[in-house]
Design a protein around this ligand. Sequence first.
Ligand code: 6PG
Ligand code: NI
Length: 186
Amino acid sequence: MALFNPKVFLTLTEGKLEGTEIKQSYKYLNALAGVFKNETARAEMDQDALIYEVQAYMPVEEGKSGGLFFGNSTIYPGKVDQEYFMTRGHFHSNFDTAEYYWGVKGEGYLILMDENRKIWAEKMTPGSVHYIPGKVAHRVANTGSEPLVFNACWPSDAGHDYESIAEHGFSARLLEVDGEPKLVEE
Ligand code: 6PG
Ligand code: NI
């Protein structure tokens, strides 16, 4: 019987994935037009600033049912005006598919919005575990001064629906108000 070394390695303290099959993507400020409340402020900032990056291990074809994907996201600290750097956020296109997130480094909030636009946020810290039910849009904001790192696991047929967020947004935004994060209704 053969013995194998793992193809993918997760550095537990950093949450980073290592291995030749890992896909890596980078999101710079210039790709986030219209995402933040104050678009004028966003447009005046350094467009080459790296806001977040994502690693994904996709051992089966994307869209195939029955598989699971594993990821790492790192959101850098910063704000556009009062609004913390954050991911675009999405519903899954295969609407009723769930996902796990868990915090590895840094601090922030997982912002969740259901199909009726009811919105809430869960504090993310190293070790916090978050179950994202199906039909719930999700986005993460970094409220700290260090990179916020989390891992995720989601079904291989979940997909990403960015269009409905681009069109309707989330129903509230995480803003710094009097030095504290506050979920402010749109
Ligand atoms: C997913 C996960 C996660 C997410 C990243 C980046 O469904 O794949 O929720 O990997 O994609 O954190 O966030 P955006 O996809 O919203 O840009
Ligand atoms: Ni997702």
